[in-house]
Each structure stands twice: as C-alpha cells, then as structure tokens.
Ligand binder design. Structure first.
Ligand SMILES: Cc1cc2nc3c(=O)[nH]c(=O)nc-3n(C[C@H](O)[C@H](O)[C@H](O)COP(=O)(O)OP(=O)(O)OC[C@H]3O[C@@H](n4cnc5c(N)ncnc54)[C@H](O)[C@@H]3O)c2cc1C
Length: 417
C-alpha cells in the first residue's frame, strides 16, 4: 500500500494531468492530490474547441469536469496558478504568487504553447494562435464578424483554423510553405484530396508561400498578410499554427532531462527522482518501436496520464504497472469524407500508397520492414487491422500489395499475429 500521507502534485489540468489525478485517487484513497493549472477553468475537451469556434457547438458540451468533480474526489484544484519553478532536491514547486507546494511525487503535464511566427507584427490584434478554450472564444467572436482571412501552417492544427474560416463564411487563403498540406505525411496525390475539399469550402490553398509579415491599421489591427511569395493578401482575420513550444521553462534549473520534450521511460519516469511527465510534453520510450518518440494526440496523452498515475501510486513500478504501449490516432472531421492518421505517419524508411477514388486514398509507413503508421482518407475500415499489425511488430512491408487491397483480412498475410 502507498504511504498514507503521501502528497502528489500535478502541474497541468489537460487530459494527461487530469487522468493521472483520477488514477492516483483510485489507487491511493488517502493521499493528498493537488492539480495546478494556469488556465481559469477545469478540464475541457480540447479536440472540440474547434467546433465551438466554427459556431457549431455551444460551450456546455465542451467542458469535461466542473470544479465539483475535483471536490467530490478530494482533489485540490488550483486554477489560475502558474508554476514558475521546481526544486527537485527539496521536492518543492514554486508558483507565480510566491506559494510553495511540497510534493512526494510530481507530475509535469504542461503540454505546449503555440509558436509565434518570427516576422513583423506577428503579435498584432486579429492574429490568432489556437490552443485553449479562451483562444476559441476570442477566435469565434472575431471570426463571426470577419470578412477576409489568412491561415499559416500546413498541419493538423492549421487545417482546423482553415475549417473555422470555412464554417464562419470568411473568404480565406491558406498559405503553405511547400507544395502541399502536411507534406511530411501525405504525397501530392493524398494532399490534393484535401486541397480540393478546402477549395470547395471557400478556403483557397496557396503554395510555396507562408507569411513574411503583416500590415496593421493605425489601431494595430491586422489588415493584410505579406506572403513568402511577396503577394499581399487582405486579411482582417489571421490564424497561425506553425508548431508548439514545450512548457518546460520552469524546469530549467533542475536535472530533469529535456531533449525536445521531457525525456521519460515507459512508466513516465524522468531521470530526476520522484518527477514524472505525461502527455504532449514528453519524449517517451515507445515500447513498440524500441526508441524514444513524440506524439501530440488526445488518446495518447490520456493513456500516458493514466500510466503515470499508476506508476506514481505504485509500491513497485516495474512489477505493478503496465508500461505505456499505445498506437495513437488523430482524425479530421471537417469534410464529407473521413480522415485518420495513426501511429507515426511522418516517420519510416519505406512508404507505399494507393488512390481508390476521388476521395479515397491510403498511405502506409514502414520502419525496418514493420508497419509504424499511416494515413487513411475516405475509408477508415482497415484502421484496427493496421493498429493490430503495428502492435504485433511483424515484418509485413514486403506484403504491401495485400495491405493496400481495399478490403483485406489479416489471415491473408503471412505474419505471426
Ligand atoms: C484546436 C485543437 C484541436 C485538436 N484536435 C485533436 C484531435 O482531433 N485529435 C487528437 O488526438 N488531438 C487533438 N488535439 C491535440 C490534443 O488536444 C492534445 O494532444 C492533448 O490535449 C494534450 O494533452 P496534455 O494534457 O498533454 O496537454 P494540454 O492539454 O496542453 O494541457 C496542459 C495544461 O498545462 C497548463 N500549463 C502549462 N504550463 C503551465 C505552468 N507553468 N503552470 C501551470 N499550468 C501550466 C496549460 O495551460 C494546459 O492547461 C488538438 C489540439 C488543439 C489545440
């Protein structure tokens, strides 16, 4: 049994931090559990805030936990509290108000903050980054009255901003630096399906561009974007999604290893004693690929929070806790056809793909002969078979003809499953 008076402090009340708190409470009924967040509200569904910003959903269904939820479980929730430092020797967390919180075990689940474009006027009024519910409220309010828009950032978050423009009737250009959307995971054939669907919704993709600056009016509001191609694009609404900076500054004076994310093992342990990390912020040990990896998705963050909670409350981590072993997925629901990426679609040393119809396409990524990820457009039926193959770590790259059949059964493969 865990020590009765043990105290657990969790920094971040996103899905990773919150699921860790829930798990710890289940495993250690008498422990002190405190969750600290700089946001002003308890856990909400970050995946759904785009639907709110589009104007498709009211606020209520986006909230997951109210403050009561924490009170009922005797979990202390500290809203509006920024963690500014951690002393891992003294086991103390410092907050912006000068308060100190002692811990026996600490979880860092602070995710990331969108990166600002390093160009002129990129902090002007009317230029939005998108991560929190507060951002979504600002975006929705502005988008409802905006006429022209520009989106920068050809990835999974950029396309949400593009879809918000479409949903709010903004005449928008989507400026991409390369020749296609999400070029690290999609070939031109796959990306073209997305480009056509964007155009159909009134968002025009512009390639080999990006943004090199913004023009503002006398009041400091954005009025136009200067593209990397030198063109001027009218835009009283701008959305930028070019990546995330990890929220780990408060660990800089500690011995927690940070290498493009907080480095943890398969139990979410950092190399500092009694300090764990979970969610988007980690560079975790992937037991499937046998290497450290990164992932920004809801399901993965939730599972890492749960593994961390189990490990933090366990007497003997190695024998009592199931290691993190997870194939993530990320879907896009803005179009008439479904879209899903799974595993690590941007990695791999070998790739195969096939087009099935105007809105049906598939690409698979292999590493050392094993399936590690892919992208499905139009037909998601094979996703669970692919995920099973990833978990099984079997060599199947030489059987890609079977894997790319529109319908296939696992027993058609010569593989140990
Ligand atoms: C608009 C949008 C759409 C998305 N859509 C999808 C999707 O369709 N599918 C999918 O799988 N994933 C999606 N994601 C990604 C997914 O939401 C994240 O992977 C997931 O929420 C990460 O959870 P987390 O708990 O690790 O971090 P976060 O949810 O980022 O939570 C971290 C929390 O820590 C707080 N914090 C940070 N620093 C401090 C500090 N110093 N002191 C106190 N608190 C701090 C932050 O304010 C935040 O509340 C989307 C994300 C966004 C923004």
């Amino acid at each position: 049994m865990p020590n009765m008076s043990e105290s657990f402090v969790i920094i971040g009340d996103g899905v990773a931090g919150s699921s860790a708190a829930e798990t710890i409470r289940e495993r250690a009924p008498d422990a002190d559990v405190t969750v600290v967040t700089d946001e002003g509200e308890a856990l909400y569904n970050r995946i759904l805030i785009k639907e709110f910003a589009k104007g498709k959903l009211p606020e209520a269904p986006i909230s997951i936990h109210d403050e009561e939820w924490y009170a009922e479980r005797d979990i202390t929730l500290q809203l509006n509290t920024l963690v500014t430092g951690v002393d891992t020797d003294a086991h103390v967390v410092h907050t912006h108000e000068g308060d100190d919180l002692d811990y026996d075990k600490l979880l860092v689940a602070t995710g990331g903050t969108p990166t600002q474009l390093p160009v002129e006027n990129s902090d002007a009024d009317g230029i939005h980054h998108f991560w929190t519910f507060e951002d979504a409220r600002r975006i929705r309010e502005h988008a409802e009255g905006a006429g022209s828009g520009v989106i920068v950032g050809a990835g999974l978050l950029g396309i949400d901003l593009a879809a918000i423009c479409a949903g709010q009737g903004i005449d928008a250009k989507y400026l991409m630096r390369g020749n296609r959307w999400w070029r690290y995971a999609l070939s031109e054939a796959g990306a073209e399906i997305i480009h056509d669907a964007l155009a159909e919704k009134g968002v025009e993709p512009v390639f080999e561009s990006g943004a090199s600056g913004f023009e503002t009016d006398d009041e400091g509001r954005v009025v136009a974007t200067i593209g990397g191609d030198g063109e001027r694009y009218e835009s009283d609404f701008v959305g930028i999604a070019i990546g995330l900076n990890f929220n780990a500054e408060f660990l800089q004076d500690t011995d927690v290893e940070i290498d493009d994310g907080i480095v943890v093992d398969e139990y979410m342990r950092t190399d500092a004693e009694d300090v764990y990390a979970a969610g988007d912020i980690t560079r975790f040990y992937d037991t499937i690929r046998g290497t450290h990896a990164q992932n920004g998705s809801w399901g993965s963050a939730k599972q890492q929070g749960s593994v961390a909670g189990h490990a933090m409350a366990a007497d003997d981590v190695d024998s009592d806790v199931d290691a993190f072993r997870w194939v993530s997925s990320y879907s896009i629901t803005h179009f008439d056809f479904p879209f899903l990426s799974f595993g690590f679609p941007t990695d791999g040393d070998e790739h195969v793909e096939r087009t099935y119809s105007e809105t049906e396409w598939r690409r698979l990524a292999f590493e050392d002969g094993k399936l590690i990820g892919g992208v499905l457009i139009g037909d998601l039926a094979p996703q669970s078979k692919y995920k099973q193959l990833i978990r099984a770590e079997t060599d199947v790259a030489d059987q890609s003809d079977v894997l790319l059949q529109q319908n296939f059964e696992l027993d058609e493969l010569d593989a140990d499953l």
